[in-house]
Design a protein around this ligand. Structure first.
Ligand SMILES: [Zn+2]
Length: 432
């Protein structure tokens, strides 16, 4: 009898172990089967290491690329091919974060019940092909990038980079950095657009910020060094310091708050770390509040010193300002977004939105952006070496049907309110 009990126990333990393993395998197959099926050794769906099924479209269903037995078939239109290449990926795999690689599990058309039978899946990207074409044309061969996000949903509406190339009629020698998606993978000296970060810190750490009278003589002495402006801005309140983009005011505010506070804001607003989004990783920028002298810290508050900003990260920050401080984490897939992330308190976001609206009204001119209800900040980032400054423009538009935040950079483009603003206007006009 005792022996029988012992055997029954052994059988029961064995059965439970088998059941548990089956359950575990089934659960993994359900969750990760798409990735297993997409493994490159799967001869059913790959030829010479390339996926042979699946369709990639823009957010409106325009086909950007079909994967077939004979290779990748890009759009029939040359401008569309060049303007969307970095989002799809090149055939040799030199471009990081192309949809062919990032969404290959969806492209196989794998399902838990049917496996990889059938024609493959369709991946609908969040970007608008029309906006991509407008941005690529506006960049006009100059190095730079255009990033636009929907601040209500977190979908990336435009992620254009230049120089690019037509994958079907590629020149023998590609332009320098043609594989690089500058909107998400390049970091630049921000210049005055970084005053929006210094402003967020000042709103929350300088209690009398809005009561203070500021004055600019065209230069200010800080810690034995000198900060300069392009003009004598005279007497002003904080709103006009932003509208006039006074270096002396924002550099002094950064020096007054100190490196630790500035660092905390640069970090928590996302400017110093990589950001995981659906379908890609946005590269980290750089900010260091740990400076050996006050003058370097002061200049860092005006976006100079060794500050570096990635265009998409700036668009993400503008999206948070537009959306009451909180965003859905960004996504390259239509209708999908990541977790909610709060970057700013609601009241700080409102303060920033107000001052960006004031800047458009009193400095850039609302008439120059008809119908856009624009809130914005320009940047003219000195990069030294006798080169023309980088031209930046970022902000958002107040539009129920088109809730878009954006950042544009044109390398060596000169004044921010010139080249980058023109480019932003072109793209936004297509989108509304
Ligand atoms: Zn000034």
């Amino acid at each position: 009898m005792r022996k029988l009990k012992y055997r029954a126990l052994v059988v029961a333990i064995f059965s439970l172990t088998v059941l548990a393993l089956l359950g575990f395998f089934g659960w993994r197959a359900y969750n990760e089967g798409g990735a297993w099926a997409a493994y490159q050794a799967n001869g059913n769906i790959y030829r010479s290491g390339k996926l042979t099924r699946g369709v990639i479209t823009d957010r409106d269903g325009e086909v950007l690329c079909s994967l077939t037995q004979s290779g990748a078939e890009y759009s029939a239109d040359g401008l569309t091919r060049a303007a969307t290449l970095h989002l799809i990926g090149d055939t040799a795999g030199n471009i990081a974060y192309g949809a062919v690689r990032q969404f290959r599990a969806d492209l196989t058309g794998w399902s838990f019940t049917d496996g990889v039978s059938g024609e493959g899946g369709t991946v609908r990207l969040s970007v608008s092909a029309e906006a991509q074409r407008a941005a690529y044309s506006a960049l006009d061969g100059r190095s730079g990038a255009v990033a636009v996000v929907n601040y209500k949903t977190g979908e990336i509406i435009c992620c254009a980079t230049s120089p690019g190339y037509d994958p079907i009629e590629a020149p023998e020698t590609l332009p320098d950095g043609a594989y690089l998606n500058r909107a998400i993978s390049a970091a630049y000296t921000p210049g005055s657009v970084f005053k929006l970060v210094t402003m967020a810190a000042a709103v929350e750490n300088i209690p009398d910020l809005y009561e203070r009278d500021f004055h600019c003589d065209g230069e200010a002495s800080i810690g034995g060094g000198k900060v300069t402006c392009v003009a004598k801005h005279g007497d002003m309140k904080i709103e006009d310091a932003m509208a006039k983009s006074c270096n002396c005011v924002f550099a002094s505010l950064a020096a007054e708050m100190g490196g630790e506070i500035m660092q905390n804001y640069a970090d928590s607003l996302g400017f110093t770390s990589k950001i995981d989004v659906t379908g890609a990783v946005i590269a980290a920028g750089r900010y260091s509040g740990d400076k050996s002298d006050d003058i370097a810290l002061a200049w860092s508050g005006a976006g100079q010193s060794d500050d570096l900003v990635v265009p998409m990260t700036l668009a993400r920050y503008c999206a948070a300002i537009a959306n009451g401080g909180e965003i859905n984490e960004l996504s390259f897939k239509a209708g999908e977004h990541g977790e909610k992330t709060r970057l700013l308190s609601k009241s700080t976001a409102e303060r920033l939105g107000e001052v960006m609206g004031y800047t458009v009204k009193h400095s850039y001119g609302e008439d120059n952006f008809p119908g856009l209800r624009l809130h914005a900040k320009s940047g003219t980032a000195e990069i030294g070496g006798g080169k023309k400054p980088n031209s930046w423009f970022c902000g958002y538009i107040e539009n129920e049907g088109a809730p878009y935040a954006f950042a544009v950079i044109i390398e060596n483009g000169g004044w921010g309110i010139g080249e980058a603003a023109d480019c932003a206007r072109n793209v936004l006009n297509v989108l509304i």
